[in-house]
Design a binder for this molecule. Structure first.
Ligand SMILES: NC(=O)c1ccc[n+]([C@@H]2O[C@H](COP(=O)([O-])OP(=O)(O)OC[C@H]3O[C@@H](n4cnc5c(N)ncnc54)[C@H](OP(=O)(O)O)[C@@H]3O)[C@@H](O)[C@H]2O)c1
Length: 243
């Protein structure tokens, strides 16, 4: 991306301004500071790792998947800050949702959740892989994963994050000592970005907002220059070269 392009420059200026605590709207600051109710849809490797970290950080999580018994056991093992429900219950419970399912499940999930997604902040970890997800993955790759997810989850205020770091690293990042790895994020909604920023930090990573969903969402998946674990500074440098 050409950082000298006016739209890119405007985005970075706006993002920088939003990140400066002094000018954040009060409701965004409040959301950033408060413990959140988080609905987790997809409690597999990623959902269980992040949900566990967030519960330990003081948030309240509801796990959901296609297997309620699994989610009840997962929640019971974590304690008072975790519970289990159906995907619709988790979507209603969460002020913010983590959606972490195989990409091929998104079209049906979007229909199942319907109006519950309207206006909801959503962190989208889902990556399209044709060999796992079928034709929808080719469509999403062509369109760009950020925009594609937004189309499949209508009304959701999506932030892409946690897309190209292994779930095993997510599981232990909050306990790790030393400098934190950066976590690239892309989104368009200031309040959703603010809450996601807090949650990325509580999961043990340093958040790096790299751009909007259309421009940068497509770069947040495995196999791109931003994939893998990098320092925040390296993420910023790489993001500035992408378009
Ligand atoms: N694994 C990684 O290292 C990693 C890293 C970054 C991003 N990602 C991406 O994040 C997403 C999740 O990855 P994962 O490794 O956590 O997958 P996973 O271990 O296979 O877990 C997927 C979860 O989604 C649930 N699920 C499937 N269809 C559903 C539906 N229609 N409604 C509700 N829940 C549904 C599954 O429930 P059941 O078990 O009951 O079927 C399971 O809990 C994928 O898109 C993946 O590409 C993965």
């Amino acid at each position: 991306m050409d950082i000298t392009r006016p739209d890119r420059r405007r985005f970075l200026l706006a993002a920088g301004a939003t990140a400066a605590a002094g000018v954040l709207p009060l409701q965004v600051l409040a959301a950033e500071a408060a413990a959140q109710r988080i609905g987790i849809i997809g409690s597999g490797r990623v959902g269980s790792a992040l949900g566990t970290s967030w519960a330990k950080a003081g948030h309240t999580v509801m796990f959901s998947s296609l297997d309620l018994e699994h989610d009840k056991k997962l929640a019971a093992g974590i304690g008072a800050n975790a519970r289990a429900g159906t995907p619709r219950e988790a979507a209603a419970f969460g002020e913010i949702l983590l959606i972490s399912v195989p990409y091929g499940a998104l079209p049906q999930l979007g229909k199942d959740l319907g109006g519950l997604l309207k206006g909801k902040m959503v962190i989208d970890t889902c990556n399209p892989f044709p060999n796992r997800d079928g034709e929808i993955a080719n469509w999403a790759r062509e369109k760009g994963a950020g925009v594609a997810s937004a189309e499949l989850l209508p009304g959701a205020r999506i932030v892409r994050a946690f897309n190209a770091v292994g779930a095993a690293r997510m599981a232990e990042a909050a306990q790790r000592q030393g400098p934190r790895s950066g976590m690239p994020m892309a989104g368009d909604d200031a309040a959703a970005i603010a809450v996601a920023t807090r949650l990325v930090r509580d999961a043990g990573f340093e958040p790096v907002l790299v751009g909007g969903l259309a421009a940068m969402g497509k770069h947040l998946m495995p196999g791109t220059p931003l994939a893998g674990e990098r320092s925040p500074e390296d993420i910023r440098k790489i993001a500035a070269t992408l378009n």
